[in-house]
Design a protein around this ligand. Structure first.
Ligand SMILES: *[C@@H]1O[C@H](CO)[C@@H](O)[C@H](O)[C@H]1NC(C)=O
Ligand SMILES: *[C@@H]1O[C@H](CO)[C@@H](O)[C@H](O)[C@H]1NC(C)=O
Ligand SMILES: *[C@@H]1O[C@H](CO)[C@@H](O)[C@H](O)[C@H]1NC(C)=O
Ligand SMILES: *[C@@H]1O[C@H](CO)[C@@H](O)[C@H](O)[C@H]1NC(C)=O
Ligand SMILES: *[C@@H]1O[C@H](CO)[C@@H](O)[C@H](O)[C@H]1NC(C)=O
Ligand SMILES: *[C@@H]1O[C@H](CO)[C@@H](O)[C@H](O)[C@H]1NC(C)=O
Ligand SMILES: CC(=O)N[C@H]1CO[C@H](CO)[C@@H](O)[C@@H]1O
Ligand SMILES: [Zn+2]
Length: 707
């Protein structure tokens, strides 16, 4: 089926709606995969399946099909890159240079994901293995594409010609060129080699670091009386040594339990020290080497530090902006944090006598205070959150708020019988906007994260053919048991709302280039919508819509519980934020300067930010805070950043009426729709009617403080 221009697209979506209306239970009838690339088309010609309109995603491929598809992807991609590279510099134009690259990216993303995402969800080990192998092949190929100097030259030449069909197209080409240049392609070949060597070394050090922490199987042997306060269920899960001591493996779940629950101060201290020591000296030097390599890399690429390099692509832009941001928040919270700390110190004095208060006491006394003050029993609270009720509540809230409609597609092609598929359309116009799968329950062989994976990003080709956004939400819920339906802990409810926020963001993104759609927006911006939606889990009105006692669903949680949850959310938040600011500052400093003594720096910063509390003697910052070593280097501040601006949006636009459809639709159109194609500060300023501010975030904390 071919489509021409806008009119045809409208017709098609209308036809599809009719299919939905008329066939209801029979489901979405198969529509020919007119958009699949020809090679793939011929290879799966004789296989009957249902394809979603505007989606090239292939579901439930066999191991053989995955490997075959990976091969085809690489072949086709090489062909397109070669063709672009061979365009003579005096013959370059948009259609020969930019369109082929943009369309390749748009077309192949869904196919790549079809190969790669089964490793997270497939029930067959053979498929998961094939998927991992396909990912390796495709990643290696993509890495080689990023090194195509011949393609870079042609694209760069086109950029300097400056002929644009749209703002988005111009921005797209600028991004392409920038990506190549951030990979060193505008440097001499000696320097390019050095860039590649450094990148390889950084990868290598990163995996060493992760491996070291993974391999560490140290444990502390502790007698039962040293573990006072821990539930017997926890103790039963531990091995016992020949002297009758419990072997507490230094894994974060065990450590968190001890730090929150153990009544024995000395044990908390020993466990915290041992945990912060793992892989100590040696791995501290891995971190130092990592930081040095990153610095060298950034200098080679023309930046003054690694932080400058990494922030160049982010909202914050420069380290000085990050420092200013963190210091502003830190300073504004000092008074509140001090009051919080003195409450905890009093508690400790009453419980343990005149011992000094240390960083290892923080979680325990926060928990003690919360128990005494809020009387929230999260075990009982769970009975108010049956999975199906939560989901339909979240759906209702977001459909009404944003002017959307979700319709379950019946009998879809899936990879496991528990997986559901939904189509999203605009409530008013009926226009189809995209699809999402829900794969909610834990099972053998499934990955253990809760996350959203983009399967296809929206894109609009030159001839106006639209590819639909498709995403999958993967969660780890426990299935029903004999005596009750599947229930969610409150934290799981919040996580679900957050992740589903990503799904909505993915589907509502209207950018025309796959590169700016999906969740591929500025990394300092990407969490803002999801963090914003978390707020609905704490408002009376919305909380009632997503809760109901499992034996009597008409009975939502009580208003005083809503209130407690809200106060609980903000309790000791200044102190907890200070700790996060400490790590974020540490991360920003080591990546902004050359040759920092990381241990000395951490010793110095710790008491300065944490209101006098010293670093635990013997621990290593490299161990305590792995995020600054890998994944979030020079970007640890970003979580606080997005929380701050999400709070600003919520307080100024939704707090008074969290179910205000006009505002919701405005949010969808102004904030979600532009995706990565528009500067996020501009997006926020346009929506807020002023520049974003940190004030709402700070006010919220002061206002909910009990102290
Ligand atoms: C529109 O563009 C897509 C992507 O390049 C192509 O696959 C499709 O055949 C084109 N359709 C028409 C009608 O030209
Ligand atoms: C290479 O590109 C980077 C990033 O755009 C730029 O800062 C640098 O000056 C360029 N280097 C050369 C040698 O052109
Ligand atoms: C996935 O495909 C396999 C065969 O390739 C089939 O046996 C299985 O039933 C399919 N799974 C689902 C959930 O459709
Ligand atoms: C979970 O429960 C559903 C419905 O109650 C059932 O169909 C499904 O088989 C269960 N799944 C697992 C993984 O146990
Ligand atoms: C599509 O979006 C995802 C994130 O949602 C991103 O990782 C991916 O790179 C995007 N695809 C393209 C082709 O840019
Ligand atoms: C929620 O309910 C509580 C208890 O009735 C009330 O004090 C509070 O003001 C309500 N909150 C909002 C935001 O309406
Ligand atoms: C690379 C390396 O030497 N890693 C070390 C990290 O720390 C642990 C615990 O001290 C050591 O066992 C590893 O050898
Ligand atoms: Zn998120």
């Amino acid at each position: 089926m071919e489509s021409q221009g806008n009119g045809e697209r409208v017709n098609r979506s209308r036809r599809q709606r009719q299919i939905l209306v008329h066939t209801g239970a029979a489901g979405l009838v198969a529509v020919a995969a007119s958009l699949a690339i020809s090679a793939i088309k011929s290879y799966r010609k004789n296989r009957e399946r249902k394809d979603l309109l505007g989606s090239d995603v292939r579901i439930n491929l066999s191991a053989r099909e995955i490997l075959k598809l990976a091969e085809l992807i690489v072949v086709k991609s090489k062909k397109v890159h070669d063709a672009v590279a061979s365009v003579p510099l005096d013959r370059i134009d948009y259609g020969k240079v930019v369109s082929p690259l943009a369309e390749l990216e748009a077309e192949q993303f869904a196919l790549i994901q079809s190969c790669v995402f089964p490793k997270m969800v497939s029930t067959s080990e053979e498929v998961r293995r094939a998927s991992t192998e396909a990912e390796r092949i495709i990643s290696a190929h993509i890495a080689s594409c990023r090194q195509r100097e011949d393609v870079y030259r042609v694209v760069k030449a086109f950029l300097s010609r400056g002929e644009w069909t749209s703002f988005e197209a111009k921005y797209y080409v600028q991004c392409l060129v920038k990506d190549y240049e951030r990979n060193g392609l505008n440097l001499t070949s000696t320097k390019q080699k050095e860039v590649q060597r450094l990148k390889a070394e950084i990868d290598d050090l990163g995996s060493q670091y992760v491996q070291n922490l993974k391999d560490d199987c140290s444990h502390l042997p502790l007698f039962e009386n040293e573990l006072l306060g821990l539930p017997s269920k926890f103790l039963k899960s531990l091995d016992v040594d020949e002297k009758g001591r419990y072997k507490v493996a230094l894994k974060s779940c065990n450590v968190a339990a001890v730090l929150e629950l153990c009544k024995v101060g000395e044990t908390r201290r020993r466990v915290a020290v041992a945990f912060g020591k793992r892989c100590g000296q040696v791995n501290l030097s891995v971190l130092e080497k990592l930081v040095q390599c990153r610095h060298k890399l950034a200098i080679l690429l023309g930046y003054s530090s690694f932080a400058n390099y990494n922030l160049d692509n982010r909202m914050a832009k420069t380290p000085s902006k990050v420092f200013e941001f963190l210091e502003d928040i830190s300073a504004s919270l000092t008074e509140l944090a001090s009051r919080e700390l003195s409450v905890l110190k009093d508690l400790k004095r009453r419980e343990e006598g005149d011992l000094p208060f240390g960083i290892e006491d923080l979680l325990y006394y926060i928990k003690r205070f919360q128990e005494q003050e809020f009387g929230l029993d999260f075990g009982i609270l769970k009975q108010y959150f049956p999975v199906n009720l939560v989901i339909s509540g979240v759906f209702k809230i977001l459909q009404d708020l944003l002017g959307l409609r979700f319709v379950e597609v019946s009998d879809p092609e899936v990879w496991h019988c528990n997986v559901q598929l939904f189509q999203v359309s605009d409530l008013i116009t009926g226009e189809s906007l995209g699809y999402f799968y829900l794969d909610l329950y834990k099972r053998q062989g499934k990955c253990s994260q809760t996350c959203v994976v983009a399967l296809q990003n929206r894109s609009l080709s030159d001839n106006n053919t639209c590819k639909m956004p498709v995403a999958v939400l993967i969660a780890q819920f426990q299935n029903d048991t004999d005596d009750h339906p599947a229930l969610l802990r409150f934290s799981e409810v919040v996580d679900f709302f957050h992740e589903f926020g990503h799904v909505i963001q993915h589907v509502c993104n209207r950018a025309s280039f796959a590169r700016f759609s999906g969740l591929r927006v500025n990394p300092d911006f990407v969490e803002i919508p999801a963090q914003l939606f978390e707020n609905w889990c704490y408002e009376n009105l919305s909380l009632k819509l997503i809760s109901g006692f499992y034996q009597d669903m008409m009975q939502p949680i009580k208003e005083e519980v809503c209130n407690s949850l809200r106060r609980w959310r903000y309790s000791f938040s200044a102190l907890r934020l200070k700790q996060e600011i400490l790590y974020s500052l540490f991360d920003q400093i080591i990546h902004s300067a050359d040759n920092v003594d990381v241990l000395e720096l951490f010793k110095h910063l710790h008491p300065k930010i944490m209101l006098g509390l010293p670093m635990l003697e013997g621990t290593s910052p490299a161990t305590c805070f792995p995020r600054s070593a890998i994944c979030y280097e020079a970007a640890c501040y970003s979580r606080i950043w997005s929380e701050v601006f999400a709070a600003d949006i919520f307080a100024s636009k939704f707090r008074d009426d969290p179910l205000d459809t006009n505002m919701g639709v405005k949010f969808r159109n102004k904030v979600l729709a532009p995706g990565g194609a528009k500067d996020p500060i501009e997006i926020m300023t346009d929506f807020l009617g002023r520049e974003p501010s940190i004030q709402a975030f700070l006010d919220r904390r002061t206002e909910h403080s009990l102290l």
